[in-house]
Design a protein around this ligand. Structure first.
Ligand code: SF4
Length: 690
């Protein structure tokens, strides 16, 4: 297998080994399993049991429960017995950090243990040390010594294991050699995987989580490639974006990261980590997984619980392969040699395009608001897309989430538009408009070629992703057109697909454009046809997010395909989702970013309430990243690249961080939010809300 997926142009699931978790089979083309994690104190048996039941009833197929010490690990037996007594057989997963003793107890009780290779043996001191090769090998031997007993217990009891790497909690050893990179994340897991395989233990699932979807996606891809290169087979993958936050942003971030991988057939189980009660995570998981339920075609069966070589994986077609090679985009992980040296890893590269007005080249992706279904667009409608008209001053207030273009189809606007907003409309409407600077035409390829008049600087042209003749026709027309290069430089392409595999279709068209050396900027058009906006949100985040995350696209336009009477279109929400997708893919930062942990039995304050209070006073701080973490044991390690951190350090006590550095310890919870604001001000990251 040369790259990380079976195909980049059609949906094919990645072949993985089969893993048995109690009675549940995972990997090897079994349905993608959904799971969550409890937030109760594990010593509270009845509270934890009740929460488990709510999650199971919502559809969770596995339940993870934290076991921070031996006591909690032992209490898993009471929880399990009570659940079984009440008829619930859902497998339980013990979540372990720092305490091998707890893991060894839990592995005898529950169906699966999750260990974090960053802190299973290593105590993190946030020190950058220089390791000689001999010292490094010595550390690995120390891990082998401490980890092998757990592997043996798992083998004996038939317990599964997840080696769950977190971007934010890599060991000092890994950090010293690889930094906090996807390569470091992969090697962190591989160290443990090699030890497990040397004991002939294969009942393993792996994860590579990060709060940054880009890092997370790259780490999983790199891991797959590395497993194939070094082991010749691939373990099932548990997908998740850590500390995704809550509400709309948490859902978008999760869907972008998880969905990008699922689109390529990668992923055997998923968890959406929201700062909400765990049962609310399950409908989000199900909305994500539902997209693939009709697309899962078993092609290969690995024998259960055995080491199986996967030889059937084929490279993508040569054309695509060359495109990828040229782009350098998916070449991050070439061999285990590159892994060991850290070479070969590349950041996302954006597709090369020239600029047309403010679209393409180095411009941030634009947002096109589709208001064409509104019969007569008024100033109030523009408020939904970030423009508020002040009658008294006769001025427009423009928010950070203001759309850049407006699509109206056949409708002219009968009021003065804000200076920064332009209207995209059909040819006849454009031709009739008096302000040709404000109004811009949109065509299909044939219409563009046939129309006698075009805009001198900016024309939008729709391309059908399922029709190669379309792009050929466009290319030929641009070459022979009387105004030649100037006309070509005025074209913004609009790509959409109604195909079920829209991501693959649009991606194929991007490859086609590259093949033909067409460098016009591209807007990705994504229509949602689900009745519920929850499902549409997931759909938009995956379809547009998966392409943007790989550097494709210079703008997005989200549309809602339902008849207005049946399901009214919420334009404000669509606009917010569009900016949320750009934020989650880190292609355009327009709001504050929150990295808040989902909470668990260790949490020291009310995370949901505190996140809401912090959000209420900081949500105008565009681009500032604030972490809100429930405990000091894992919080500081897992808050990744946050600018400021609010971390529970004891009952009623908060420790505040600037980056990874402790700035104020044991602040009373009553004043901790205002102290956080003071800290942001002291570091000149504060602006007054307008
Ligand atoms: S950071 Fe949050 S989710 Fe992670 S262990 Fe601490 S309280 Fe639990």
């Amino acid at each position: 297998m040369q790259f990380y997926a079976e195909s980049l142009t059609e949906y094919k699931r990645l072949a993985t080994l089969e893993v048995k978790v109690g009675d549940l089979l995972l990997g090897n083309f079994h349905p993608i399993r959904v799971q969550t994690m409890t937030t109760t104190d594990t010593m509270d048996t009845s509270g934890t049991v009740e929460q488990c039941i709510r999650c199971i009833q919502a559809g969770s197929e596995l339940i993870r429960i934290t076991a921070p010490s031996k006591n909690e690990a032992e209490n898993l037996l009471n929880i399990k017995n009570e659940l079984r007594k009440r008829g619930y057989t859902t497998p339980i997963v013990a979540d372990i950090h720092f305490t091998p003793n707890a893991a060894e107890i839990a592995a005898r009780i529950v169906e699966k243990v999750r260990i974090n290779p960053g802190n299973y043996v290593d105590k993190k001191k946030f020190e950058l040390l220089e390791y000689s090769d001999a010292e490094y090998v010595e550390e690995i031997e120390r891990i082998r010594h401490r980890f092998t007993p757990l592997v043996k217990i798992c083998k004996e009891y038939g317990t599964a294991m997840r080696i769950g790497t977190n971007h934010g909690s890599l060991s000092d050893r890994i950090m010293s050699r690889y930094g906090d990179t996807p390569i470091g994340m992969v090697e962190s897991a591989m160290e443990f995987l090699r030890i497990a395989e040397s004991e002939n233990y294969y009942n393993i699932v792996l994860s590579m989580k990060s709060s940054n979807p880009l890092v997370m996606v790259q780490a999983y891809r790199l891991l797959i490639q590395n497993m194939h290169a070094e082991l010749g087979h691939c373990y099932p993958l548990h997908l998740g974006v850590t500390e995704a936050g809550d509400g709309e942003d948490g859902r978008i971030k999760s869907a972008v990261g998880i969905g990008t991988l699922l689109e390529d057939g990668i992923g055997d189980t998923i968890r959406v980590s929201l700062t909400e009660d765990p049962e609310f995570e399950i409908p989000v998981c199900r909305n994500i997984v539902r997209r693939y339920s009709n697309l899962q075609i078993p092609r290969f069966r690995a024998s259960a619980n055995t080491k199986t070589r996967v030889n059937e994986i084929k490279s993508p077609s040569e054309n695509i392969e060359n495109s990828i090679k040229d782009e350098g985009k998916f070449k991050q992980a070439e061999t285990s040699k590159s892994l060991s040296t850290g070479e070969g890893f590349r950041e996302r590269s954006r597709r090369e395009s020239f600029e047309v007005n403010n679209i393409g080249n180095k411009h941030v992706p634009v947002v096109i608001a589709d208001l064409h279904k509104i019969k007569r667009i008024t100033t109030d409608d523009l408020e939904t897309i970030g423009y508020t008209y002040d009658v008294v001053t006769d001025k427009w207030n423009i928010s950070d989430l203001a759309a850049d273009y407006l699509f109206t189809a056949d409708q002219p606007i009968d009021f003065h538009l804000p200076g920064t907003l332009k209207v995209i409309c059909y040819y006849d409407t454009w031709l009739a408009s008096t302000d040709k600077e404000k109004y811009l035409p949109i065509f299909d390829v044939k219409g563009f070629a046939a129309s006698p008049v075009k805009h001198p600087n900016m024309n939008f042209v729709m391309l059908d992703c399922l029709n190669n003749n379309d792009v050929q026709e466009l290319e030929e027309y641009l070459k022979v057109s009387p105004i030649g290069g100037d006309l070509e430089k005025s074209v913004v392409l609009c790509l959409s697909s109604t195909n079920k595999n829209a991501v693959q279709s649009i991606r194929s068209m991007f490859f086609e454009l590259k093949e033909r050396e067409i460098k016009n900027p591209v807007v990705i058009i994504t229509d949602g046809s689900h009745e519920s906006m929850d499902e549409n949100l997931i759909h938009f985040a995956i379809e547009a997010g998966a392409l943007l995350l790989d550097g494709f696209g210079d703008g997005i336009c989200l549309g809602h395909r339902f008849a207005e009477k049946k399901v009214p279109t919420d334009h404000k929400l669509l606009n917010s989702i569009a900016f949320g997708i750009l934020q989650a893919t880190r292609t355009r930062i327009s709001k504050t970013e929150y990295i808040s942990c989902p909470s668990c039995g260790r949490t020291l304050f009310d995370l949901q309430d505190t996140t809401a209070r912090i959000r209420a006073v900081t949500n105008h701080l565009k681009g500032v990243k604030i972490a809100i973490m429930g405990c000091i044991v894992n919080g500081p390690g897992e808050m990744a690249d946050a600018d400021f951190g609010y971390v529970g350090s004891g009952p009623g006590k908060i420790t505040l961080y600037k980056g990874k550095e402790v700035v104020k310890r044991s602040v009373s919870e009553d004043v901790a939010v205002s102290e956080l604001i003071n800290l942001i001000k002291e570091n000149e990251a504060w602006v007054e809300p307008s």
